[in-house]
Each structure stands twice: as structure tokens, then as C-alpha cells.
Write a protein that binds this ligand. Structure first.
Ligand code: BES
Ligand code: ZN
Length: 651
């Protein structure tokens, strides 16, 4: 079948460098040509006044479920005539805004909130005085001709801040202390700090955090006392991030945390009862970091630590710089799910160093990262392991392509008027990886490898658009008489739905054997116990289960469960695949486990498909609603937002 190519999309995009312009997002109505580089998910005006440094000081108040404090924003004057600074906020209460003089004295400023947009929050409009001379610092003819200003906002967060999850002691492993963590990506930093919440703006930051006595604060930044100092009782934790990062990478967690070193540059933070298991599971982290440096170039963030969160964390992982946030559901006991660590670590290059300029360009972060993840897994654990993981990834892409409307199957996706969380799919991830694998196959691994290294060096600590990447690709690899890849092919990959016919797809011999085993069993040629599964890895199990027919008989379900103890598995991913089958076939013996699972895990990728399966049948709707109502208070706001639309619809 021939697929419609780029032209059909009537999308005009220039291949030249793009100037970042944001602001006026509320006025953006979907439709019309996209302006690449414009961030439709921020109200801010960095083309006039650009925040360059953020300094926050907040008190962590568990009883009130509130962060209360002050943020100082160092604002670079790009347009000397600009007198309105627009910040992004969501559910924030602002008590005071002031302009701070170099001598520390300040002058109160007028401010007002604009109209609230359900996806974007509320713009905070701050009016600057006509005469700014007394406030300007750092003027420098060449680098900062109009100088910078210091704006101070005194504020506190709202009860339902979308970027914060406040956990009761009951929701933690230790059950004694409360826990707080942030999740800023994509547009939730604005719910806990008023700032220019766009990945096109990069800031350095400092922070002073005041947690309750006895609890430890960690951030995506260097601690003044050095990593791992969790033993003394402290009242004040100071952090500094000296590399410019986008706002979605500012991150904080507070809880009963202990630290264990994994290597000289790596370590893990977790609640005490989880620490040893986590350290064992992620023992390869230091060698992974070395592998990354060999493959992708220098690591610019000094340390790489992991923070193991309570199970309500809505994602598998989050690449907060220097400190990836990780779900405990990947602690399987056999290192079988550590590709997640490879993924978050790879973001140190693709994402944290070279960053998507807008959320339309997310595939530059995620597609590159999934490609790098494959390279790391191949280098550390061999080609077969990589192949299995790539095949499982392709499966999720196929499922998503079957479900998504054509316009959401493209890499550079139009998110105007929508919440990026609602459009989340495997397309930027897996289609992104396949695009890079395709380029690699046409150009040759060595040449492509060098291209990648140069790409990271060229755009280091910059935020770039899809079109800037394409222009660079063109210049470095596709110019000349006989380019290895045609312009049409590139455009199809980036702007057209579906998968190009000549995509290079992964194949795994091990998984082909699993297909064979499944067939033997389904046709009754072999008993479950005769399938030779004793050495199967998690990947083989997932492939075995995920490709079962829709319907199995009760006898078949029982024979699988008896032979492999699937209902009781301690592996959260295998349990997920099994529970989907159990729901489809209303396999009663698994229902208690299903309920426990939904009550204890908040990782969206694992629970959302289970609720979706349940919602397909009458008995399931009832089950889903009953369990969801109990579980909902323990889920993260991001998961609640997704699940409300699935479970409560039509109620
Ligand atoms: N940065 C993402 C998580 C994310 C993406 C949060 C977009 C909000 C908006 C993170 O690196 C990620 O991709 N996590 C995956 C795991 C990965 C192995 C595919 C996840 O959480 O499932
Ligand atoms: Zn990622």
C-alpha cells in the first residue's frame, strides 16, 4: 500500500533555523499552519524578557499540602521596551511581586492574573516600572546589552497542584513518614513555581528547601554538602544546578530517604526498606554510565543518581538531571527491566543536553533516547537482548497506530489546544527510534554514529525544533549528488502517519521460538510444563502472554496459572500482561490480585490498559468503578486526569 506523503498534510515548515517565539498561547486556536518553534503551551514572552536563573526558597508543609516560599527570577532584557513580564502559573496563590535592586532593597510591582485555560493554567502578568535603570544588573555591550532584572514572587502552591504528589505515610514503603515528589514534565512546573514554563527557555537554578525535621530533600541539582549526605538531621537543604536546563527538569522529592553508592559517580536514594534491593537491581549503573560516555561523548552532569519513588509514581522513569526518578515496579529481582535506567540515563544526552524546543518536538527527546537505549542495551547485554526489547517496543507502536487518528501518528505532532499528557503515546518513542534506525541503515552505523556525536556537541545545552534537526541532518548527511536518503522519505517519516513501508523492523530469534512454543500449546501439542520455559527472560514471558488470542478457555487459563504461577508473579510487567488476559476472559482466581495491583501501583502505563480492558464489559465497568473509587485518592494527579476520562466517562 502506498501511503500519503507529506504534501497531503498541507503543512508548511521551513527547513531553516527557527526563532523561538512564545506567548499569546490562549489566543491560539487549533487549525492553520503551525509556526514551528512557537510554544503553544506557554503564556510567557521570553522573546522580550527571558528568565535565565531561578532561585527558589520553599518550606515543605505536609499538613497543609503546600509549598510556601519565594522565587527570585533573574530576567534578561531582550527587548528594552518591554514592560510586561508574563509567567506561567497553575493554581498558585501569589502574595507579592517585587523588583529587587542590586543592593537588595525592593519595590513592589503591580500584577494580575489573566484568563485561565484548562490545559495551560493562568498567565501571571507583572507590570514593570517605566524607569528601570536602578534595577538593571550585568549590562555588557556584547553579551547582555540591556542587562538583567531581578523579579521576586512570593507565593504558595494550590491544594491540587498538578505537578506535586503528597503521599501519606500509608502510601510509602516505611509507612511512618509522608513523602512528596514533583513531576514537572510536560507543563507542570508552573503548578509549583511561577516561571516561563517552556522547554525553549533554559535556566540555571539554586534552591533552598525546608522540609519537616527528620526528612531528606533531594533535587535535580548538586547538594552543597555532596551526594549521599542523608544521615545528619538537617533543617535546610541547599542545591545548585550550574548547567542551563529547561523548566520541566526542575525536580524535588522529600521523604525518609537513604543513600547507597553504586560507583564513584553513581548511587541510589530510596526509602530504607527498599534501598538494598534497589542497589542490587541497579548494580550495573556505573558501567552503564561508562558505556554511555564511550558511545555518545562526555557526561556533563558530574553525578548520576537514582531516586526510587513509592509505587504511585505515574511514570516508569523521569530523567531529572543528575537524579533520575524511577518507579519501584522495575525492581524485578533479576535486572530484567533495567532498560528503563538505560533510557533515563540516555536522556542526559538526548533531552537534557539537546532539548525539544516545544512539545511538538518531543520525539527529538524520546525517539533519540529510545534509540540510544537500544545501543546501550546492545553494548552491555548483547544483540539478542536488544532485539527482544526492540520487538516488544514495536508491538506497542503497532497497537498505538491501530488506535490513534492519523494526525496523531506523526512524529512532529500538532498539540495545539490540547494537554500534552492527553496525547502521550509510543509514537514519538518507537517511531522515533525506527526513523533513526532507518537513517543508520542507509548511512551505515559508523557514519551515523559520528553524526550523532557531532549532533550532541553542536546543539549541547540548546533547545531545538524538529526543523532545526532536519536542517542539520540535511547539511551533514544529505547534501551532494547522491544522497543516501531522499527528502521525500524524511518528510514521510516526520510528517506523515503510519510507518513507511521500507522501515527496518527488529527481529528476535528468541521471540520467534516463543511464538512456536505458544502455538504448540494452543494447538494442544504440548502441555504448559513441556514448553521449555525455565530459562525464559521477562521479555520472553511478555511476548508469550501479549500475543495470546483474545479468548482462552478456563482450562487453558488454569493450566497456565498452575504451571507458571502467573497470578502470584512478583514481576509487575508480567503481572500486567497476565491480568489483561485475566480480565478479557473473566478469570476469577486473578481478581483479588487485580484489585491489589490497581490499589498499590500508580504507574499509568501499567494500570491504564487494565482499566480500559475492564471498561469493555458490564461486569468490568462495575469492578473498575468500585476499585477506582478506592484507589483514586492514592493516584497521582496526572494518572487521575487520564483515568477519570476512561473510568468515569458516562457515569
Ligand atoms: N521523559 C519521559 C516521561 C515523560 C514524557 C513524562 C512526557 C511526561 C511527558 C521518560 O523519560 C520516559 O520516557 N519514561 C518512560 C519509560 C521509558 C523506558 C519508555 C515511562 O515512564 O514509561
Ligand atoms: Zn524518555
Amino acid at each position: 500500500m502506498k501511503r500519503p506523503v507529506f504534501a497531503a498534510l498541507r503543512l508548511f515548515v521551513s527547513m531553516s533555523a527557527v526563532v523561538i517565539v512564545t506567548g499569546g498561547a490562549a489566543a491560539a486556536v487549533p487549525g492553520g499552519p503551525i509556526d514551528p518553534g512557537r510554544d503553544y503551551h506557554s503564556f510567557s514572552n521570553p522573546h522580550q524578557l527571558m528568565v535565565e536563573h531561578v532561585d527558589i526558597a520553599v518550606q515543605v508543609m505536609f499538613e497543609e499540602r503546600m509549598l510556601d516560599g519565594v522565587v527570585d527570577l533573574k530576567v534578561r532584557r531582550i527587548d528594552p521596551d518591554a514592560r510586561t513580564l508574563i509567567l506561567d502559573t497553575r493554581d498558585l496563590t501569589v502574595r507579592e511581586v517585587a523588583l529587587v535592586k542590586p543592593d537588595g532593597r525592593d519595590q513592589e510591582l503591580r500584577f494580575s492574573f489573566g484568563e485561565t485555560d484548562p490545559n495551560l493554567g493562568t498567565p501571571l502578568e507583572i507590570t514593570l516600572p517605566q524607569s528601570l535603570d536602578a534595577f538593571v544588573t550585568g549590562k555588557d555591550e556584547k553579551n547582555n546589552p540591556h542587562g538583567s532584572l531581578m523579579v521576586r514572587v512570593t507565593y504558595h502552591t494550590g491544594e491540587n497542584a498538578s505537578g506535586l504528589q503528597w503521599l501519606t505515610p500509608q502510601q510509602t514503603a516505611g509507612k511512618k513518614h509522608p513523602f512528596l515528589f514533583t513531576q514537572s514534565q510536560a507543563i507542570h512546573a508552573r503548578s509549583w513555581i511561577p516561571l516561563q514554563d517552556t522547554p525553549s527557555v533554559r535556566v540555571t537554578y539554586r534552591a533552598t528547601i525546608f522540609p519537616p525535621e527528620g526528612l531528606v530533600a533531594v533535587m535535580s541539582a548538586a547538594r552543597d554538602k555532596g551526594a549521599g549526605s542523608t544521615d545528619d538531621v538537617e533543617f535546610e537543604f541547599e542545591f545548585e544546578m550550574t548547567r542551563p536546563i529547561p523548566s520541566y527538569l526542575i525536580a524535588l522529592a522529600v521523604g525518609d530517604l537513604k543513600f547507597k553508592a553504586l560507583g564513584s559517580r553513581t548511587g541510589v536514594y530510596a526509602e530504607p526498606s527498599v534501598l538494598d534491593a534497589a542497589a542490587r537491581e541497579f548494580a550495573d549503573t556505573e558501567s552503564m554510565l561508562k558505556t554511555c560516555e564511550e558511545l555518545f561523548g562526555p557526561y556533563y552532569w558530574d553525578r548520576y543518581d537514582l531516586l526510587i519513588l513509592p509505587p504511585s509514581f505515574p511514570f516508569g522513569g523521569m530523567e531529572n538531571p543528575r537524579l533520575s526518578f524511577i518507579t519501584p515496579t522495575v525492581i524485578a529481582g533479576d535486572k530484567s527491566l533495567v532498560s528503563l535506567i538505560a533510557h533515563e540515563m540516555a536522556h542526559s544526552w538526548s533531552g537534557n543536553m539537546v532539548t525539544n524546543a516545544t512539545w511538538r518536538d518531543l520525539w527529538l527527546n524520546e525517539g533519540f533516547t529510545v534509540y540510544l537505549e537500544s545501543r546501550i542495551m546492545e553494548a552491555l547485554y548483547g544483540e539478542e537482548r536488544r532485539a527482544m526489547e526492540d520487538v516488544l517496543g514495536l508491538r506497542t507502536l503497532r497497537d498505538d497506530l491501530a488506535r490513534l487518528p492519523p494526525q496523531d501518528q506523526v512524529l512532529a505532532v500538532d498539540l495545539r489546544g490540547r494537554d500534552p499528557d492527553d496525547v502521550f503515546s509510543s509514537v514519538p518513542y518507537e517511531k522515533g527510534r525506527l526513523f533513526l534506525v532507518y537513517l543508520e541503515s542507509k548511512i551505515g552505523r559508523e557514519k551515523f554514529h559520528n553524526f550523532l556525536g557531532n549532533y550532541f556537541a553542536h546543539f549541547a545545552f540548546k533547545s531545538i525544533t524538529t526543523e532545526q534537526f532536519l536542517a542539520y541532518l540535511h547539511e551533514k548527511l544529505l547534501e551532494g549528488k547522491r544522497p543516501p536518503v531522499t527528502e521525500e522519505a524524511i518528510k514521510q517519516w516526520v510528517y506523515a502517519p503510519g510507518l513507511p513501508e521500507d522501515a527496518v523492523l527488529p527481529k528476535s530469534d528468541a521471540l520467534i521460538k516463543v511464538d512456536e512454543a505458544r502455538k504448540q500449546w494452543l494447538q494442544g501439542h504440548k502441555q504448559a510444563s513441556e514448553l521449555g520455559t525455565s530459562a525464559w527472560s521477562t521479555h520472553e514471558w511478555l511476548h508469550f502472554l501479549d500475543n495470546m488470542p483474545e479468548k482462552l478457555t478456563l482450562v487453558q487459563l488454569q493450566s497456565l496459572d498452575t504451571a507458571f504461577m502467573l497470578t502470584g508473579t512478583g514481576n509487575a510487567e508480567i503481572a500486567h500482561s497476565w491480568l489483561k488476559i485475566a480480565i478479557r476472559n473473566r478469570y476469577e482466581p486473578a481478581m483479588t490480585r487485580l484489585e491489589e495491583y490497581l490499589m498499590s501501583i500508580g504507574r499509568r502505563k501499567l494500570i491504564r490498559p487494565l482499566y480500559e480492558e475492564l471498561m469493555k464489559t458490564d461486569w468490568g465497568v462495575e469492578f473498575a468503578r468500585r476499585v477506582y473509587n478506592k484507589a483514586r485518592p492514592g493516584y497521582h494527579p496526572i494518572a487521575v486526569n487520564t483515568l477519570d476520562a476512561i473510568v468515569l466517562k458516562g457515569e
